[in-house]
Design a protein around this ligand. Structure first.
Ligand code: NAG
Length: 324
């Protein structure tokens, strides 16, 4: 605009035009000055704000962080739990059980240098909660129903979930335990990369990176069901036991519905009573440390975990005795 006006003045040097042009020049000078002054004011103000913000230190940075949107999974989870009709939920964890897992996830996430890796067997009412509580880390879910897993992923694209075809049956629990003892120095050894094993109790068809990852917390709340033909949780418990022993440091392993026979007996075989740090309602909490790869036993001292005599576990015992 400015340059085209200047050209006009130079091309038509008549007196009328000169007078008009001098007015224009003064107007332009005035406008330019104003623009410059305004720009300077703007820059100075902005600098002042920035300086004030940085001098205020952590307070201002948290204020600014607070203005950023909630992570998507946290946002979705809040809406989900606020709107869900809880009377239609089949099974859910008790407040004490939720509290025990949340406390470990909070502690795990407070080591800000490394994000927390959380592996969860089972897609349940709590899935969105786990993913939200660990939103800074990686949470991976393992389901047993491919239709359900893919539907879940479509609905919640930010959730990482895989489905596994479990080949075990609740009715085969004791045969499988006997087999794992025979294979303790071979396929079913306590320290190994499960990607390359043929142990019948191992889950070996997850993506490769699952076996390379260091899992800080593992929760076993699936597969669902405890009828004789249901897959049972023995392979999830065995897999957790090997993953925990094959990496550096300690792993918190939680087993839900620990009052049932499959969960209790498999936990005492592969997670061990010596590692049991707490039981909260029907949740067992184990802390399993790294193990020397030349040790071919899961437990130092095999001890039975006392059964909380619930009617359901008695029923399975009878069913199993019938089958064996
Ligand atoms: C929740 O579900 C139950 C059972 O289907 C139903 O009777 C009840 O009306 C529902 N409540 C709400 C608030 O939708």
């Amino acid at each position: 605009m400015k340059s085209s006006n200047t050209k006009l003045i130079l091309v038509h040097p008549s007196s009328l035009h000169k007078q008009l042009a001098s007015h224009r020049v003064w107007f332009l000078v005035f406008i330019s000055f104003f623009t410059l002054a305004f720009t300077l004011t703007l820059i100075t103000t902005k600098e002042t704000i920035t300086a004030a913000a940085s001098s205020a230190g952590t307070f201002s940075s948290t204020t600014f962080a607070g203005k950023s949107p909630l992570p998507r999974q946290v946002f979705d989870a809040l809406v989900h739990y606020a709107s869900v009709n809880t009377s239609t939920v089949n099974s859910r964890m008790s407040a004490a059980e939720l509290g025990a897992i949340a406390a470990v996830l909070r502690r795990c996430n407070s080591h800000s240098t490394t994000p927390c890796n959380f592996l969860v067997f089972g897609l349940t009412h709590e899935t969105l909660l786990w993913s939200s509580l660990n939103y800074k880390g990686r949470t991976v879910f393992v389901g047993d129903n491919d239709y359900f897993v893919s539907r879940f992923e479509q609905k919640h694209p930010e959730i990482e979930a895989y489905d596994v075809q479990f080949t075990t049956k609740v009715s085969e629990l004791y045969e499988l335990l006997k087999y794992s003892k025979e294979q303790i120095k071979k396929e079913c050894r306590p320290v190994q990369n499960l990607l390359f094993t043929d142990c019948k109790l191992a889950i070996n068809d997850l993506p490769n990176n699952i076996y390379d990852a260091v899992w800080d917390v593992i929760l076993i709340d699936g597969p669902t069901g405890f009828l004789p033909t249901a897959p049972g949780r023995m392979s999830a418990i065995f897999t957790a036991g090997v993953l925990a022993r094959s990496k550096r440091g300690n792993t918190d392993v939680f087993v839900h519905e620990f009052d049932r026979e499959v969960e209790r007996v498999s936990s005492q075989e592969f997670l061990c009573k010596e590692n049991l740090v707490a039981t909260v309602d029907t949740l067992g909490h184990f802390v399993v440390g790294e193990m020397d790869s030349k040790r071919f036993e899961f437990c130092r001292n095999f001890e039975e975990i006392s059964s909380t005599s619930s009617p359901s576990s008695t029923k399975i015992t009878n069913l199993l005795k019938h089958r064996l």
